[in-house]
Structure formats: structure tokens, C-alpha cells
Write a protein that binds this ligand. Sequence first.
Ligand SMILES: Cc1cc2nc3c(=O)[nH]c(=O)nc-3n(C[C@H](O)[C@H](O)[C@H](O)COP(=O)(O)OP(=O)(O)OC[C@H]3O[C@@H](n4cnc5c(N)ncnc54)[C@H](O)[C@@H]3O)c2cc1C
Length: 508
Amino acid sequence: MIRINNIKVYEDLDEEDLINFISNKYNILKQDIIDWHISKKSIDARKKDNVHYNYSIDLNLKNEDKYKKFEKVHKKVLPKITINNLNDKKVIIVGSGPSGLFAALTLVQNGLHPIVIEQGSPVEEREKQVDLFRKTGKLNNLSNVQFGEGGSGTFSDGKLTTGIHSPFCKKVLEEFVNFGAPNSILYLSKPHIGTDKLIKIIKNMREYMISKGAKFLFNTKVIDFNINNNKISSVVCKDENSIYDIQASHVILAIGHSSRDTFHKLYERGVCMEKKNFSVGVRIEHLQEKINKSQYGNSKLHLPPAEYKLAYHLPNGRSCYTFCMCPGGVVIASSSEENTIVTNGMSNFLRDGKNANSAVLVNVTPDDFPNSSPLAGIYFQKDLEEKAFVLGGKNYYAPIQRVGDFLNDRKSEFIGEVKPTYLPGVTLSNLQEILPDFVTNTLKASIPYFATKLKEFANPDSILTGVETRSSSPVKILRDNNLISNILGLYPCGEGAGYAGRYYVCCS
Ligand SMILES: Cc1cc2nc3c(=O)[nH]c(=O)nc-3n(C[C@H](O)[C@H](O)[C@H](O)COP(=O)(O)OP(=O)(O)OC[C@H]3O[C@@H](n4cnc5c(N)ncnc54)[C@H](O)[C@@H]3O)c2cc1C
């Protein structure tokens, strides 16, 4: 197999035209091509008058000797995951977000039959519960945008990018394709799935695992952990009808970053954890067509809705960065506790909504927390979420402000060309009334700076929606090199363990 990198293409080509173009450009005889595939496709929009695609292509060729000048590549073989104690079938996974689901899949693929316990509903039912909250403000605090099958990223953009370089990243993408994701996620430089497709993929994954002997207990919450001689022996479960124990020698804790009562219980039971840095801020919305124009200029290519990623480091040590940008998406109500407002963003596969949205976050360190408890970051988050609830009108409407008003210290009195997408509704506000001063000041310094990189960013009509507090876990559950906590048999993983990459956890 040979690989040709850095192929610049200035038009939209279907697969047949692309291989013809490559065969002509690189003098490769069509009859020598046994098979081929795209290994990477990205958009180079650094120069607005020279926007083009950039491809890497792998070709399996006859007469390879003729093509010695090209780089040879070998198919990468994934490191094998070996699981000790294969006979010991008592594995429980608490949580069915990406980390819980992929842990379960790995166990199933190694012949085990894990029990997955999830406090929220199966994804089809959960979709209705999320919809109800968005329409009526009626919150189900066990099944919502943060909780339920698929975990907190189900109602998301489904971005699959990560800053880590694990060989297992590829496995995650391949499994998504096996369960129904488009093949293009294997080669696009910024792959995404979208809420609409993710919901079906997660259902397919669950059905496959059940067919192989896994068990899923939905609407069932783990409320306690029984520990004997420093070793986990069972978990206490609560469902609609009863409270009961399930024995287990191995418990994978895949609880995400928002299960605050579970963090409290683990702390009470002596599980070692510590506070960690995270970030808070707001969501910003712009018109997608203006972001496209800023990023792509007047390019005539059929380009996808444009993305951006911006960061600014202030001399005082604070940083501000955009996070989880959702082209053509909506700002989504992500509360998981009563009387709180939490924002996040989602989009469907086509990303065809009118607005672009992104979190604009400021780093928070343990020095900002109200006390020295390992759980203090949770109190910091919750305080902000409760203030946003009050500012929004105590009815799950989110407080919003035009960027022009935010930068000029005044409450918004009208909505301009950018219409907010947050449901069930929004309240015109002055977000400075609730944001800590350091967050307000950092945002005020950063938004104009970002506008020097992306023209549209500080458009006065852009909308800020408060508050974004759950970008990553405020707590880290300590674990050793074998990924075990100080309690034998208890394996913290994923976002809730506090080890997930700041960007996207699917590959963590
Ligand atoms: C709206 C939104 C959009 C996002 N967009 C993206 C994106 O585009 N790309 C991306 O990579 N990331 C995105 N993220 C972040 C991503 O979803 C998380 O990083 C990821 O879901 C974390 O995975 P996890 O499995 O560790 O935890 P989670 O996904 O949070 O899953 C934890 C699960 O555990 C369950 N649970 C917790 N405690 C208990 C208990 N005691 N008993 C039973 N069940 C319990 C919860 O109900 C939950 O379902 C987004 C997040 C949100 C909220």
C-alpha cells in the first residue's frame, strides 16, 4: 500500500473524479489500482482567496516497483486488549455514556457479560424527556441532557476530535461506523456524527451487546457502594420499585462529571479524590452564514458549515478559549438538577441550523473555589447555575445578553439579527450580575481579541447565553497505573474520573 499526502484539490469531486484526477496527476495507471481509499480529507482555508481541499490517499497497487517514489504504508494493527480473570464474570459498569458503553463493548468482545446500570432512560425514551424539558421546562432530574443512555454527549454535535494520540481512537471511530455512523468519519479531519444519527447508533450498540449476553438496567441508580477490607463487594441500586444489592468484584465507574450525589457518596465511602481545574463561561451564538463568510471568504466550493477554535492567554494567568463549537446548531438546556440553568450546544448531522454556537470559557482553578474540600469545584459550579436560574426568571429560561451590551456593561433590552435558539425560552439580562468578576473581565478582554481573528466574533448582535459550567469534571478520582482507585475492584474511567482530555472524551 502506498500513501500520497498533501493532494490539493480546488473543486468538489466525487470519488470517481477524484481517483481519475489522482491517476492523471501522479501518473498512476488506472489498471494498476487494485483498491484505494481516502485516509484524510481536510479543508485548507488559511488564505481566503485560496481555499481548497487537502487529501491523503492510500492505494493498493499492482506493479508497486514502478511507484517506488511514493511513501509505503502498512496497515496498523491495534494493540490487543487482554482482560485478566476472564472467568470472573461479575463486572458492573455504572453509567452508559461513551466511557461506560465502550467499556461494556470491550468486555463483550472479550466474552464477558457485564451489567450496565444507568440512572436515566434508554435513548429513545430519553429523547422524549429532553424534548419535553425543552418545550415545557419540566425537568426529569435522572434522565435529561446530562443523564441517560449515551451519556452527556448524546444531544451534542457528536464531534469526534481529540487531542490525544491513542491507537484506540481509530477503534472508536470504526465501532461507530459498525453501528451505523457514516464511513466519512474515518477520514475527515474533523469528524462529527450529530444528535440525530447518534441516537440510532447508541440503540444499535446496546442491542448488539444484549445479543451477546450483556445486561442493561435502565432507570436504576447506584446509590451506595459496599466495601469490605478495602475491596468493592457490591453496589446498592434503586429503581422505581425497590432498593437492592448487586454483588460485584469489579465495578467500572463511568459516571460522568455531573453525578454530584454519587461523587458525594464515593467521598463518604473513602474513595480518594481531589479538586481539579475546569472552566466556566457562556455560549455565544452568531449567524452561521457570517461565520462561513469569515472563514471561507467567497469560495465557490460546496464546503460544510464553517467551524472555528480560538484562544487567548491574558498576562494575569487567566485564559479564554472557545470550546465545543457547533456549526448550524442550537444552544441546548442541559440542567440536571432542579432550579439550575446549564447551557451546552448540539447539532444534527447536516448542521443546517441558522446559527453557529460555541462555549466561550475561562479557566477556573482550586484557588477560586469556596473551600478546600475535594468537592469544592462542584459548589462553585452549582452556585453559578443557581444564580443563572434566578436571573432567567426561575422558570428554566436562560439569561441572555447581546455581545454589544455585555461589552458596554448594560442589560440587553432587545434582540437583534441573531435570534437565540435556547428553549424553553430566554430572558434579556445583564450577565455580569451573576458571573464572577474574573470571568466577566476575561471575557471582556477576549471577545474583542477573538474578533481580530474571526471578524464576526464581536458582532454586537451576537447572543451570550448563561451559564456554561459543565465542560469538564471539577473532581478527579485518583487511580493507579492499573487504573484502579484506592478501593480494590473500583475502576474510575471517562469524564467523571477527571482524566478525559479537555476536548472530546470518546477516545479517552
Ligand atoms: C450537550 C453536550 C454536548 C457535547 N458535545 C460533545 C461533542 O460534540 N463531542 C464530544 O466528544 N463531547 C461532547 N460533549 C462532552 C461529552 O459528552 C462528555 O465528555 C462524555 O459524554 C463523557 O463521557 P462519560 O462516559 O465519561 O460520561 P457521561 O457521558 O456523562 O455518562 C455518565 C453516565 O453515567 C450515568 N450515571 C451517573 N451516576 C450514576 C449512578 N449513580 N447510577 C447510575 N448511572 C449513573 C449518567 O446518567 C450518565 O448517563 C458534550 C456534552 C454535552 C452535555
